[in-house]
Design a protein. Structure first.
Length: 365
């Protein structure tokens, strides 16, 4: 009888354990690398009791392919607003947001919310996360040693002039693997519309990249952060927040690398990453809980302080560290902002042409 009782008790304990595990709430998050803090995830899990399963990607194309294939397994995603979130919404790939579950929605910047209305007119599917400017990450000492201390550095010429890249290739040049930013930068340098899909314009861009392609070490949207910080590359076309992270890592490591983010004088693209819920998400309430947590001004301010990106939450600005709030590389002054070109989604036809052009540029064919 005792043996039987022990067996029954063990079975009961095992059953309860399985039941508790089955009832555990979870949210599957898919985000860019280095784009949140471990502290924020730990805080959310402690406050909500919801386990976060966190995966990362390094290109919008990877995210899009998973969404289009269906059953991605993710509940919260962080696409770039244009053209990716815009295209996803048109393809009906997102679940609508239940704003009753997002009380912190009121803290979002109305101007940024209004900027999405060409593809999300009622702000039904996305909320802003972080925004950035695409520019140049420069290792000042290495670049000046090769080009001269008087050389103008805040120009796309550093990347698109073959005579310049030939001198810099030895210390390493990296370029984002992101059609929106890379083609946009080249078009701005050429004096053409940043979102053009016209064949003549894209041919000119291909020719421009073709002249410097042999000097580019790699195309990648995350690797350049550590490589800049460590001095393994000296020039990168990258996101402002990534480059500022590289700068701070170099300072913390005390390795002597002087990394700076420069906005080219010809102009640059300003872009926004947003938060959305895939329509086939398996944990909708948990997804809303996670998003609402990120919309808390204190939470998002802490993340901005850590990752060096400005966010889309108006109530978080007074809570930011002074060195973040007053850093012109993070929150540019009005004169610099006037040179920014807002990311605008191209037509479907132009987008396909741009995607083909970028694929050929990367392959060197």
């Amino acid at each position: 009888m005792r043996a039987l009782s022990r067996s029954i008790l063990a079975a009961a304990i095992l059953f309860c354990a399985h039941a508790a595990q089955a009832q555990q709430r979870v949210v599957h998050v898919y985000n860019w690398s280095d784009y949140i803090t471990d502290e924020a995830i730990a805080q959310f899990q402690k406050q909500s009791g919801i386990k976060v399963v966190y995966d990362v990607y390094d290109s919008n194309e990877i995210l899009s392919s998973k969404l289009l294939a269906g059953k991605s397994g993710y509940d919260v995603i962080f696409p770039s607003a244009r053209p990716f979130a815009a295209n996803h919404i048109r393809a009906k790939l997102y679940a609508p947001l239940d704003k009753a579950l997002l009380p912190n929605f009121k803290s979002l910047d109305p101007a940024m919310m209004a900027s999405f209305r060409d593809f999300d007119p009622q702000n039904s599917y996305i909320v802003p996360y972080m925004w950035s400017v695409t520019g140049l990450g420069v290792n000042i000492k290495k670049v000046q040693a090769l080009l001269g201390s008087s050389t103008k550095l805040d120009t796309w010429k550093l990347l698109f002039d073959p005579a310049t890249t030939a001198k810099l290739k030895g210390c390493g040049i990296a370029v984002l693997d992101d059609e929106t930013e890379t083609l946009g930068a080249a078009l701005i340098y050429l004096g053409k519309p940043a979102k053009s899909g016209v064949k003549a314009d894209l041919d000119a861009v291909a020719k421009l990249y073709g002249a410097v392609r042999k000097d580019v070490r790699y195309f990648n949207s995350s690797r350049y952060i550590d490589d800049l910080a460590n001095g393994d590359i000296c020039l990168a076309l990258g996101y402002s927040g990534d480059i500022l992270q590289a700068r701070d890592r170099a300072v913390e490591a005390k390795n002597g690398q002087d990394i700076r983010f420069l906005i080219p004088s010809e102009g640059a693209i300003r872009n926004m990453d947003v938060i959305a819920i895939p329509k086939d998400a398996g944990h909708i309430p948990e997804a809303h809980a996670f998003i609402n947590f990120l919309l808390d001004p204190k939470v998002i301010a802490g993340i901005s302080n850590a990752i060096r990106y400005p966010n889309g939450n108006k109530d978080s600005t007074p809570l930011l560290a002074a060195d973040i709030r007053n850093d012109p590389g993070i929150y540019p002054p009005p004169a610099t902002m006037a040179k920014m070109i807002d990311d605008v989604a191209p037509s479907a036809t132009d987008q396909r042409a741009r995607n083909r052009a970028w694929t050929k540029i990367k392959s060197g064919k």
